[in-house]
Design a protein around this ligand. Structure first.
Ligand code: MN
Length: 316
């Protein structure tokens, strides 16, 4: 039994549909444009642009179409392209996008957001200034987040430091935590927008798709897997990821401010030397055990902060 997936443009899918018109199946799987049943191969084309070839002849049948424009483009790219690469026209589709914030920051939580943006909303979001949050300042992010939160459907998940540390100490990697959070947020949004069916789901890629699916094994939704896409820099590929990123960043900024208030001084972002110093200050003020509710304990910053504390105490 062979299995082959191609990502194709809507125009190419139309050509395929015409080509296989004598084999078209009456029953359509959810989210599909057409399904063609031949004796040695079943072909299903999805709205997302993915075309699934199954059966003895899958490889040979797929090879007939593998020279089409969309697939040529994906083979020219330097990086190895996995089967979850988004189709060329993804930016114009109705998509659930997801992104996370805070994974590289020693202080503060991890925040994950998934957001659904219907193709009818794309123009409005563009007008409202939604774009890659790396091109936006914090005050712009806050303004845009406040404007878009009431008009799009999203799910926002915050993994606070205490829970993060507990999971990490139990042996869970940060990658697995992220995958589980993305999966959960995406599933929330799918539930919220029902009966609307998204044309695809786009994750700002933080890990290879195969590893992602390993992490969420047992918790994935099969019908959803068919429409999943992974891409780095996905914020620039679809506005749903840009919107998710903006909402996540806004929440992160708010939680960070609350943490600073709790600490009694402004905590720095990132994981550099200024972070070690702030953590040392926190240890001197509140004791080492306080770090559990402010930081990601397993970062190297913890050891460096303790070293700074030792040096300071020696000098006195
Ligand atoms: Mn990201």
């Amino acid at each position: 039994m062979g299995n082959k997936v191609l990502v194709m443009s809507q125009a190419d899918i139309k050509k395929m549909q015409e080509h296989y018109e004598n084999y078209v199946a009456e029953k359509l799987p959810p989210g599909s444009i057409f399904s063609a049943k031949m004796t040695e191969c079943v072909i299903t084309a999805y709205k997302s642009g993915k075309v699934l070839f199954q059966g003895k002849n899958a490889e040979a049948e797929a090879a007939k179409w593998n020279g089409t424009e969309a697939n040529k483009a994906s083979t020219i790219k330097k990086k190895p392209v996995h089967q979850y690469a988004p189709p060329k026209d993804i930016s114009s589709l109705s998509i659930i996008g997801s992104d996370e914030v805070g994974t590289g920051d020693y202080f503060g939580p991890i925040v994950v957001c998934a957001a659904y943006v219907d193709k009818k909303q794309l123009e409005l979001l563009q007008t409202l200034g939604v774009k890659d949050s790396k091109d936006l300042k914090d005050n712009q992010i806050i303004e845009i987040a406040k404007t878009i939160e009431p008009i799009i459907t999203y799910s926002l998940l915050v993994l606070h430091n205490e829970k993060y540390n507990k999971l990490q100490q139990s042996g869970m990697t940060q990658g697995k935590m992220k995958a589980l959070l993305h999966n959960q947020a995406i599933n929330h949004v799918i539930e919220k927008i029902k009966p609307t069916d998204p044309e695809g789901i786009l994750i700002d890629q933080f890990v290879q798709p195969d590893i992602y699916f390993n992490h969420i094994r047992g918790k994935e939704i099969k019908a959803v897997k068919e429409k999943m896409f992974f891409s780095t820099k996905a914020e620039g590929i679809h506005l749903s990821v840009a919107a998710a990123s903006i909402i996540a960043r806004y929440a992160f900024v708010q939680h960070f401010e609350q943490l600073s208030k709790k600490a009694g001084f402004t905590l720095p972002k990132g994981a550099g030397f200024h972070v070690d110093e702030a953590a040392a200050k926190l240890i001197l003020k509140r004791g080492k055990s306080a770090l559990n509710q402010f930081t990601k304990l397993h970062f190297a910053n913890t050891g460096k902060a303790e070293e700074l504390v030792r040096k300071k105490l020696h000098k006195q």
